[in-house]
Design a protein around this ligand. Sequence first.
Ligand code: EPU
Length: 338
Amino acid sequence: MKIKENISLKDFNSFGIEAIAKFFTIISSTEQAQEISESLIIEKNNSLVMGGGSNILFTRNFDGLVIKNEISGIELTNETDDFVFIKCGAGVIWHELVLFCIERNYCGIENLALIPGCVGASPIQNIGAYGVEVKDVIHAVEAVPFFDSKIISFSNNDCHFGYRESVFKNKYKNQFIITSVTYKLKKNPVFNISYGAIPQELERMGVKDLTIKGIALAVINIRNSKLPNPKIIGNAGSFFKNPEISIAQYEELKIKFPSIVGYPTDKSNVKIAAGWLIEQSGWKGFREGDVGCHEKQALVLVNFGKATGADIYKLSERIIESVFQQFQIRLEREVNIY
Ligand code: EPU
C-alpha cells in the first residue's frame, strides 16, 4: 500500500472538480483497511474515505489523507428457502452488483439500477430511487474504525437509517472504513412498480410479463432520459434533499401554488419535490460560466467543464435563498461538502 503525495482528485469525483489531496492511498483488501487504520499517517491527518466520489463536492484542496476504497468481491454467504445473503466488497461499483443480482434473479435492488458510486456508499447515504431504499435490503455492514484494526459489524438497526441518512453520515462521520456490505435479497420476486414513471416506461417498452430485468431496464431508461451522465457533464445526482414540511404548511402553499408536488410521509408531514421548488424559482436550465442547473432535472447541479467547487457551492446558496424567499422552505444539501 503506497501513500502518494499531492494527488489530483479531479478524476476521482463525479463533479470533475480539481482539488489536491495532500496524501492519497488506495486500499484493495480488508487487511489494507486495517493496516491504514492503525498507521501513524491516519493519526496525524484528517482522513476521508472515497468510493466512486459521486456524492461529494470539493470546495478546496484536501489537507489530509484520502483513502480510495477499492475492496472488491461479491459472494453468496448464505441461502434459505426465501433469501440469499450477498456479501460485497465496499469498492465494488454499485451497478455491477445490480447486474450480478439481476442475472441471478435476486430481487430487491433492481429499482436502484445505474445509481453511480460504490457499494460502500450505499449504507452511508441510504441510496434510494424509484420507490426503494437500500435500507430495506441491508443485512449487515462491516467496517474498520480509524485508529484501530478491529472489524466491527453493524446490523441494519445499528445503522440508524433515515432518508439519505445513517449513523455513518452523522455520529460516525469519517470515523470508519466500510469494508463490506451484506444484502438480504428475495429469491421469489416481489416487484415494486409503485413509482409513477416505472409503469409508464414498462408500457412504452411493451413489457407484458414483469421480470427483475424488465424493471431494471425501465429504471435505466428513465434515468438516462433525465439525469446527466457524469462522464459527460460533471454532477453528483440530486444536490439537495427533498424537504419535509408539515401538512399545515403544505395546505397553505397549495392554495397559493396549486401545482406543488408533495407526497405524504406520515400523518403530519409531506415530502416536497425539491426539483419542483427549484424549477418554480426559475433555476431549471440556468447556466453561468461553467456552472448550471440541469435542464431536465432541476435538483441536479452541473459542472460544464471548468467550474470550481466554490462556484457550484455559490450557486447552491443562491438557489437555497431564492427557494426560501418564495416558499419559506429551506433546502438542505444532500451532497457532502469539503
Ligand atoms: N420535478 C419538477 N421539476 C424538476 C424535477 C422534478 O417539477 O426539475 C417534480 C416533478 O413533478 C416530478 C417530481 O418532482 O414528478 C419528482 O421528480 P423525480 O421523479 O425526478 O424525483 P426526485 O424527487 O426529483 C428523487 C431522488 C433521486 C431519485 C428519484 C427517483 C432525492 C433527493 N432524489 O428525485 O435520487 O433518482 O427520486 O426515485 O431524493 C440522488 O439521490 O442523487 C437521486 C438522483
